[in-house]
Design a protein around this ligand. Structure first.
Ligand code: NAP
Length: 302
């Protein structure tokens, strides 16, 4: 068997088209567009490239986009005051503070200062609680897990009653996706197992999975013999394993590998995500989706 490839790049394009159409419709009916502010403190190169991509996507969708760059010396109090300003701004529906922050600033304090109804990253404890409760309580599912679930739903793979095994229990991927897949809801209703570094027999659990979601950050951790024939494999891992020269630009670029041995796994799995081009492109897409949702909640049309 050769697995069908789940292309995050293609699914992203479909979702972005859907968002752009909705933005146009809301603008025509209500005279307002989703507003997103991205706060960047300092000049971390990786942060700059993430933020640039977010701005580009927001602009492409016709959002009202504010890029607020702050000096690395900004005090914690001034940053909290800035967040408060955007909390009160009616044209802003999503506030994003790019992490990491400089050492003199308490990240937790800053993230917790964002109005939970503008927390489109979904990391505020209020939104984590809403996600745990499920159903109508959920406002902003965190972006990477939301992207994973959306990819599974769009492949048509049955989730209800499926054995889902999640490798990893981080707060940004493993725990929330496990929680989302066990909810009694569309695209979920699964029997979920979470494995981690203290798990005694990883192969045993992974092999039972109809849907295997891997977010460990260990290149090639999941071997083909751990995969059930025909399973849907979602590889969240993004690991830099070297560098190469880009044929397009002639510049040095990172060689990225997932947590699954892709070439061997695709001979066993029914569906599989590549790295890069799988889960990666979905994260910013779901951030845009959450910002649109935030405006729709405000307008009472969500
Ligand atoms: P993390 O915070 O480092 O958590 C990794 C988790 O995997 C931990 O729960 C850890 O277990 C578990 N783990 C690590 N090695 C393991 C092993 N050998 N066997 C079993 N479990 C193991 O990582 P993360 O933030 O969730 O990210 C995971 C991967 O996803 C990374 O490669 C990251 O770059 C990628 N990622 C991609 C996106 C995207 O594409 N948009 C977004 C987020 C993350 P313990 O809890 O026991 O330590």
């Amino acid at each position: 068997m050769t697995a069908k490839i789940i292309s995050g790049t293609e699914i992203r394009e479909q979702i972005l088209e859907e968002i752009a159409a909705e933005v146009k419709e809301i603008k025509a009916k209500h005279g307002i567009v989703p507003g997103l502010v991205t706060i960047l403190v300092g000049q971390n190169p990786a942060s700059i490239s993430y933020v640039t991509l977010k701005i580009k996507t927001a602009n492409q969708l016709g959002f009202h986009e504010i890029q607020d760059n702050q000096s690395p010396d900004i005090s914690e109090a001034d940053l909290l005051a800035l967040i408060d300003k955007y909390n009160m701004d009616d044209s802003i529906h999503g506030i994003l503070v790019q992490l990491p922050l400089p050492k003199h600033i308490d990240e937790k304090k800053v993230l917790n200062a964002i109005d939970p109804d503008k927390d489109v990253d979904g990391f505020h404890p209020v939104n984590v609680g809403r996600l745990m409760i499920g159903g109508d309580e959920v406002k902003f599912p965190p972006c990477t897990p939301a992207g994973i679930q959306e990819m599974i739903v769009r492949t048509g793979v049955e989730t209800s009653g499926a054995e889902v095994v999640v490798v990893g229990r981080s707060n940004i991927v493993g725990k929330p996706i496990a929680n989302m897949m066990l909810q009694k809801a569309r695209g979920a209703n699964s029997t979920v197992t979470v494995v981690h570094t203290a798990t005694k027999d990883m192969a045993f659990h992974c092999k039972r999975a109809d849907i295997l979601i891997v977010a460990a950050g260990v290149p090639g951790l999941v071997k083909p013999e751990w995969i059930k024939q025909g399973a849907c494999v979602i590889d969240v891992g993004v690991n830099r394993v070297g560098e190469k020269v880009s044929e397009k630009t002639g510049q040095k670029i990172a060689i990225l590998k997932g947590d699954v041995d892709f070439d061997a796994a695709k001979q066993v799995a029914g569906w599989i995500t590549p790295v890069p081009g799988g889960v990666g492109p979905m994260t910013i897409t779901m951030l845009m989706q959450n910002t649109l949702k935030s405006l729709k909640f405000k307008l009472g049309i969500a």
